[in-house]
Design a protein around this ligand. Structure first.
Ligand code: NAD
Length: 483
């Protein structure tokens, strides 16, 4: 990235420091890491680099707060969730700008303001969810009740693609069910989470929500810590496996939301023009850096050219650039490691004979990579077999629907999938056969706070959202009485 030394020096000296929050107090670190804007290379701010002592303090503060919060009323828990929602609303302007600067996503469209709106919506909706006491038996032999109890201190580890939304997905159900939490954001995007949790602590009892920032090793130490009773992790499958291993020694509960390689199948009766826009945003939301984005598209022979043309047409109309410019609806790839991976996957596909329908070369500044559609490609190419997590979509031709289903399922992943067609019954039949936690029909990547979401196979363990997601933050206690 071409930046003069004096520009970098000026940005570094002006940028603010972001501290951790432990037990309701701001906690400084000995060291701070510069966090750069992926669009410009400028330093946005400096994030505290926490160590094992900070981790121990944060867990002790959460354990201390749990002693009181576990006994809190339903009303207090709901109010805490609503207070978190209000923080997201009141500070949406500041937080969305910070998010755009550190993550790269645009302020507008399906970007930072949308993410802050989602945070508030999820927190408010989770406040309304219920896990009532269930009476399992009530007769002359006695009364047996099933209660949902908080687990204790929750450890949360988040990725860099939707840092605030995912933080809210971890924090709010934990608090709603009487737990306390220590969260560690991704070292690529810690600033907005550090700031959000500072602000939350102005309205919540001390110690309920604690944040420590630092490198991957801090995440490993959090997942190993014996006081932590449950880990909720969102990130790659490889790291999810490590979290599971670390959690095994103290038999923690686990929710793992991991990688995906979502397939979409366009059936022979679909209308390519009518579905192009939904297909496009299903794949390219957040420049493709979304776990549940469309990552492989299987299109029937008879519609292949028309579908490719409609998508290329969409690609030519969307604007990509610095997210602070409100005309842009797509931003850069968030970091160098991911950028290099995307470049490599497309170059390999090209070398193996695939056709680059549009895009295919870095734009030459920041980590911008254009929307790239790749045709004449099949399994056996890494771009199809692996999760690309960038603005690239391989479009694969098929002639038999059963064959497309088999190929869509032929992966270790099982996060989501989609089916596109006009005949409802035919689409439902295909949906039934796809191996995924969610299958959409004529849409992709649509989620809501009352609908459970989670992957199968290597895409995860457990679900988030809805009553099932909330229950995952509790253990069952049976009270069995004979009077
Ligand atoms: P990542 O696995 O590299 O990192 C995620 C987090 O784990 C970071 O905070 C990191 O510091 C921490 N970490 C790294 N090593 C660790 C260890 N040994 N123990 C504990 N923590 C450790 O993932 P990423 O690159 O930040 O995110 C991209 C991945 O996340 C993609 O695969 C994507 O599909 C997945 N993702 C999944 C969902 C979902 O809901 N299923 C949502 C968003 C992202």
């Amino acid at each position: 990235m071409a930046l003069s030394t004096s520009m970098v020096r000026r940005a570094v000296s002006m940028s603010p420091k972001f501290d951790m929050t432990i037990g309701g107090k701001r906690v400084a670190a000995e060291q701070y890491a510069p966090i750069r804007n992926p669009s410009t290379g400028e330093v946005v701010g400096h994030a505290a680099v926490g160590d094992i002592r900070h981790l121990d303090c944060a867990i002790a503060a959460a354990a201390d707060a749990f002693n009181t919060w576990r006994l809190s009323s339903e009303v207090a828990r709901r109010e805490a969730c609503r207070a978190i929602a209000q923080v997201c609303v009141d500070h949406a302007d500041e937080l969305s700008k910070l998010l755009t600067q550190e993550q790269g996503k645009p302020l507008k469209g399906l970007g930072s303001e949308f993410e802050l709106g989602g945070c508030a919506a999820w927190a408010n909706a989770t406040a309304e969810l219920n896990l009532p006491v269930k009476v399992l038996q009530d007769n002359e032999r006695g009364r047996i009740e099933m209660h949902r109890m908080p687990v204790g201190v929750i450890g949360s580890i988040t990725p860099w693609n939707w840092p605030l939304m995912i933080a809210i997905w971890h924090i709010v159900p934990a608090i709603r069910t009487g737990n306390t939490i220590v969260i560690k954001p991704s070292p690529f995007t810690p600033l907005s989470t550090l700031r959000l949790i500072q602000l939350m602590n102005d309205v919540l009892p001390a110690g309920l929500v604690n944040v420590i920032s630092g490198d991957d090793e801090l995440g490993a130490a959090l997942s190993r810590h014996p006081t932590v009773r449950k880990m909720v992790f969102t990130g790659s499958t490889a790291t999810g496996r490590k979290v599971m291993e670390s959690a095994a020694a103290s038999l923690k509960l686990l929710t793992l939301e991991l990688g995906g390689n979502d397939a979409g199948i366009v059936l022979p009766d679909a209308d390519p023009k009518a579905i192009a826009e939904r297909l496009f945003w299903g794949a390219f939301i957040n420049s493709g850096q979304t776990c549940g984005a469309l990552k492989r598209l299987y299109v029937h022979d008879s519609l292949y050219s028309a579908t490719c043309e409609a998508l290329v047409d969409m690609a030519k109309r969307v604007k990509m650039g610095d997210g602070m410019d409100t005309a842009n609806v797509l931003g850069p790839i968030q970091n160098e490691r991911q950028f290099n991976r995307v470049v490599e996957l497309v170059d390999e596909a090209r070398a193996s004979g695939a056709t680059i329908l549009t895009g295919g070369r870095p734009l030459g500044q920041g980590y911008f990579y254009p929307v790239t559609l790749v045709g004449d490609i099949e399994e056996g190419t890494r771009l199809v077999d692996e999760e690309q997590f960038g603005p690239v979509l391989p479009i694969i031709r098929y002639s038999e629907v059963d064959d497309a289903i088999r190929r869509a399922n032929g992966t270790e992943f099982g996060l989501d999938a989609s089916v596109w067609g006009r005949d409802q019954a035919a689409a439902q039949r295909v949906a039934q056969q796809l191996e995924a936690g969610t299958v959409w029909i004529n849409k992709h990547a649509e989620i809501a706070p009352h609908i459970p979401m989670g992957g199968i196979k290597s895409s995860g363990i457990g679900v988030e959202f809805g009553e099932e997601g909330l229950a995952a933050y509790t253990t069952i206690k049976i009270i069995s009485a004979a009077f």
